[in-house]
Design a protein around this ligand. Sequence first.
Ligand SMILES: Cc1ncc(COP(=O)(O)O)c(C=O)c1O
Length: 455
Amino acid sequence: MASTRDGVNWPRAQALAAAERASYIARNPESARLAGQAAQHLLFGVPMHWMNDWSTPFALTVSEASGARFRDTDGHEYIDFCLGDTGAMFGHAPQPVAQAIARQATRGYTAMLPSEDAAPVAAELARRFGLPYWQFALSASDANRFVLRWLRAATGRGKVLVFNGCYHGTVDDVFVDLVDGVPTQRDSLLGQVHKLTDHTVVVEFNDLPALEAALKQGDIACVLAEPVMTNIGMVLPQPGYWEAAQQLIKRHGSLLVIDETHTISSGPGGYAQAHGMQPDALVVGKPIGGGIPCAVYGFTEELARRVEQAKRSAPPGHSGVGTTLSANMFAMAAMRANLEQVMTEDAYRHMFALAAQLAEGLRAVIARHKLPWCVTQIGARTEFQFTPTAPQNGTQAQAILDGDLEQIIHLYLLNRGLLITPFHNMLLVCPATAESDVTRLLHAFEDCIRQLLFG
Ligand SMILES: Cc1ncc(COP(=O)(O)O)c(C=O)c1O
């Protein structure tokens, strides 16, 4: 049976891992000192427990970040292909956003009232994403939670359908996997006392019969999906999949929510605009405010009316939607600058060209060394996967993850001033990434592959 380690000399890979860990420890004394200090008062020694899941023996401390680069506390410079796992997809501290924030810094941050930026931001979102009505949240997780709540209220249906292996942030509803074909609440989810499988239906991506069978029950409020799965490694829709899936969703009175938080890499209006999809609702978080915490969600005219009706016909009181700081003045200023001046057609053109070079370069290295791996690219997002043919669903994508092998490659690159996304093998380019940065990445990647094969 094929393995993720086919072609890799595993004893040598393990020796390389040990050498890279030793090198990291020697290179980063100040990060080590700060990690020791942090351990005294930070739970797990880091601000977020998952910051321990990188390939490094202890967390790398960042001192500053700008454009496609950041510097650590020991003074090393890195080319950043992780870009905050999309939060900084348009570069760190893009100048128009920095200026807008600086302007807003003396003009107030939050007042529970709309700022002058609110209407222009909503108009730009409507133009760009083709949906007329918008609301705001502080994170994509929150935006997804709010959309599910609105859509359950608007449809009077209780269930949500997601794809096996999906991730939409810390939205409890989506932590249901297919285990041997059986919907199963994810064991890793902490403190969840509700039986999620009562209200969450899960099917494989690219499986139209399974989708139809689920929708036929007539109790699914909405399908929440990334148009391309990105969080279990990339899984592309098969040709014609979304056209047929959208028809099924409509025919059975359900709604489609497209989460573009990662696939905004596909173009200024996301994957849905670039591929003629017509979602009922759309969510974007992470980079929408240039890395400032904020997220947006939009509705079609028809859905907006149904949502408004649901709110108007509910008794007065808390709706379960909203947080005090959502749509604050600071975030609005950042979003306006980012949308108007940073997330431009020109920026995307540059990113697409570089990502294509990166993807081609990775393919060439993989081919030269006869590794059974493949490369997938969606706009500015590129990923190499440990399989000769790209996975078609979450189960297949899960089977080809290899955390140990990933971490060896990631740490090798990091020790050479190149950061890629943890947990899988994703690389993003931003408007400030240069061709020479891509070349450097490709050389280091090939050096690493040589070590894995021949020591
Ligand atoms: C597709 C998608 N949606 C939503 C989220 C949640 O974003 P956040 O963690 O900023 O809430 C993520 C995070 O990775 C994501 O990949």
